[in-house]
Ligand binder design. Sequence first.
Ligand code: FAD
Length: 359
Amino acid sequence: MLAARLVGDRAGDWDRAGRLPVDVVRALNTAGLLAPQIPTGYGGAGWSSLDSGEFTAKVGSLCSSLRSVMTSQAMAAWTIERLADRAQARSLLPRLAATDTAAVAFSEPQAGSDLSAMTTTVTMTGDTLRLDGHKVWVTAADHADLLLVFARLGDQGAVVVVPRATPGVRVHRRADPLGCRAAGHADVWFDAVRLPTSSLLGAGGQSLSLLVTTALSYGRMSVAWGCVGILRACLTAAVAHAGSRHQFGRPLAQHQLVARHLADLWAAEQVATRVCEHASRCWDTGSPEVVTATVLAKYVSAGHATRAAADAVQILASAGAVDGHPVARAYRDAKLMEIIEGSTEMCQLMLADHAVNRR
Ligand code: FAD
């Protein structure tokens, strides 16, 4: 498998160095695998959500930084597919399917969970746009060719596609994130950035919350599958160690308290896989349940990955307590999955709202 060959045993080194090799990202992109859900009509692989999800889990089990870059690319492609006019989709999607990389910028210093507090603005004069604002923590922005920027257009919302090399765009890499350290997180400033009006996806002027929900839905699905990958990596490492390391005259796996951790890990992987499969099937069949199923998948998978990664470190103990070890990386990477694409608390609020109002 190309992804396994490209990553090999180098994910720990990339994590410590804080960078993915550009050739690895480009190779995955050239193979159409950075965003394999892009429809074939736009030069993509046209994979279903289920197939794409399983692949995302595979990459997530190898390297969460690379999986994060995939999530950004595919979220950008999905946003373009949903919001762009025909000419924009025809111009942008084939590029994302093969050559260009993309990042998606919502968050600002004062707009994290509450994206309605966003202050980045786009204004239109004749056939020119002007973009001003400051985005933070944008995954892949350190190397991406294109930035999808969420902004205010009058009292509505808009998404603008900005080539990173445009004058007035300043990118500053985030130093030493807790996890997914090689995913190219960066803060980005837009100072009087001038762009053609064709950079505005669709006609612009839609509800900001609708635009944000469109992009985040894809991001949540991808992150949920990435968490399945983290769970599988932790399970593999924990089972191998518990079977081979002996203490008190028998393998760790035969000590009941360790066996309980293994049971919890396996159960977590199974549960996360099932909720993700359900959400992807909703996606693939166009079910009206898709929004709730996706939030549920993200909430369940991120919580399980966080707890299971802690269990895996506990089982490996000193053997896993080493920077760069797969379970040590999983422990740091998994925690971030509870923060991004709608934090655990935001997911809880949405699920509670569904529980109360569905009757
Ligand atoms: P805050 O919104 O300040 O929240 C702090 C805490 O309070 C959280 O636990 C939150 O759940 C809780 N909280 C807030 N409001 C409520 C409430 N009403 N009820 C209950 N609890 C509440 N942004 C992008 O735009 N693009 C990216 O690609 C991107 N990638 C990221 C990658 C990483 C690794 C990280 C860490 C962040 C990334 N972000 C990105 C930013 C991310 O989307 C935000 O961190 C996230 O939305 C949370 O916002 P915040 O960090 O400002 O926390």
